[in-house]
Unconditional design. Structure first.
Length: 402
């Protein structure tokens, strides 16, 4: 049985009395265990990895590579070579798209994505489509989910690439990625999955999803900012050309040319965020210690409670997946009495931290018929009291605005 009171003590930011952090979808809080691991690195064995032979450098390399093993196990990768450390989901998505383009591994034809994508996934795809003169098609929404019948029609043998978000950072919706991957595979298309809003909230298994590549950011999974993961299936990765060049990713360099290092170093040019990678390893230990499935059980109960409470306030409309089994703990809403930015500002006066805006998902907001939403998002450290504080502050805000 998970003891939330005890868990909350792991998060120093929650020591502030009367503070309600409801912004996990932007960045999750970081537990002491992760802070300690990062601090230990900076205090005791600060050194670069894979190069020097002194004790601290060897220790740093061991911890860095240990983190790779933890990530591989966490997402059920087949080999360590498939795990590339990046600065975050956005860098992962850019590296991947560029490398796919430079390597000529995609067949001719269009790119299919969804109306639900985060700009971090979508804009690199748009750029690729422009450069390569490929048509970019969108699987539309039905309610807060994807239209799978449309996916059947849109993904054809003329499709080279399918990129799909596993969970929406706006509506919380968990998509049936396997279903889309199966359609893509049938048509010979490569499948990319943006798992950024899902990792740490629901178990993510790259092989069960049927993906060819998948990525996420550390800072949404309780790790520090500035670290992320790109996983690429070995069969595809070995065909990819790197798209970022420099030290560490080479095996030899002459005046005229360079040879690439083995996988995965070939894709890790320069010095990576070593402390961040070590922190990511500690974050995975922390999440696995709690059990990701247990985290979701707790979060979905809060999600259900929040949806019911918010929908009980006249003038508030919830734009989130209502089937909480398929929601990663995100409840966005609009109010007919004020703009999301004003709502968020007034809530912050009561120490309720939520995020207003389009959450880097403008096509999704257009599909939902709004420009912006206020978003409350939960993680394991949140409680019903946080939801009650949100609701009380919102009712108070309504009185201010009316
Ligand atoms: C679903 C999704 N994809 C991609 C990103 C981009 O992540 P980052 O800003 O950490 O690169 C985010 C961040 O909000 C996200 O929620």
């Amino acid at each position: 049985m998970i003891d939330i009171k005890k868990i909350r003590k792991d998060f120093p930011q929650l020591d502030k009395p009367g503070y309600h952090y409801l912004d996990a979808a932007a960045s999750s809080l970081t537990p002491r265990q992760v802070l300690d691991a990062v601090s230990d690195y900076y205090h005791n064995y600060r050194a670069n990895v894979h190069r020097a032979l002194f004790k601290e450098a060897v220790g740093a390399t061991e911890k860095y590579e240990e983190a790779r093993k933890k990530v591989a196990k966490f997402i059920n990768a087949n080999s360590l070579e498939e795990i590339i450390f990046t600065s975050g989901a956005t860098e992962s998505s850019n590296i991947l798209v560029r490398s796919l383009e430079e390597s000529n591994v995609l067949g001719a034809g269009n790119i299919v994505t969804t109306e639900m994508e985060h700009h971090g996934a979508l804009v690199p795809l748009q750029q690729m489509a422009k450069r390569a003169k490929r048509e970019l098609k969108y699987i539309p929404l039905v309610g807060f989910g994807l239209d799978y019948n449309a996916a059947e029609r849109l993904v054809t043998d003329k499709t080279a690439l399918v990129s799909v978000i596993l969970a929406s950072n706006v509506t919380g919706t968990v998509n049936d990625v396997r279903r889309i991957a199966d359609i893509a595979r049938k048509n010979g298309a490569v499948v990319i999955v943006d798992a950024t809003a899902a990792v740490g909230h629901i178990p993510v298994d790259v092989s069960a999803l049927g993906a060819d590549a998948l990525y996420f950011s550390g800072h949404k999974t309780m790790a520090p900012t500035g670290v992320g993961v790109l996983w690429v299936k070995h069969a595809l990765l070995e065909k990819l050309e790197p798209s970022s060049f420099g030290g560490h990713m080479i095996s030899s360099v002459s005046k005229d040319s360079a040879e690439w290092a083995p996988l995965p170093e070939r894709f890790e040019a320069g010095t990576k965020n070593i402390g961040g990678v070590i922190g990511l390893g500690a974050a995975i230990d922390y999440l696995e210690g709690l059990g990701v499935a247990n985290i979701h059980v707790h979060v979905r109960a809060l999600t259900k409670y929040a949806i019911e409470k918010l929908e009980g306030i006249p003038g508030v409309r919830v734009l989130a997946e209502h089937d909480v089994e398929k929601n990663t703990g995100v409840v966005s809403f609009v109010c007919d009495f004020a703009h999301p930015h004003d709502i968020a500002e007034v809530l912050s006066r009561d120490n309720v931290a939520v995020r207003p805006g389009h959450h880097c998902a403008q096509p999704l907001h257009s599909a939902l018929g709004v420009n912006a939403t206020t978003r409350a998002s939960f993680h394991i450290y949140n409680t019903k009291e946080d939801v009650d504080a949100l609701v009380a502050a919102l009712i108070k805000a309504k009185e201010v605005f009316l």
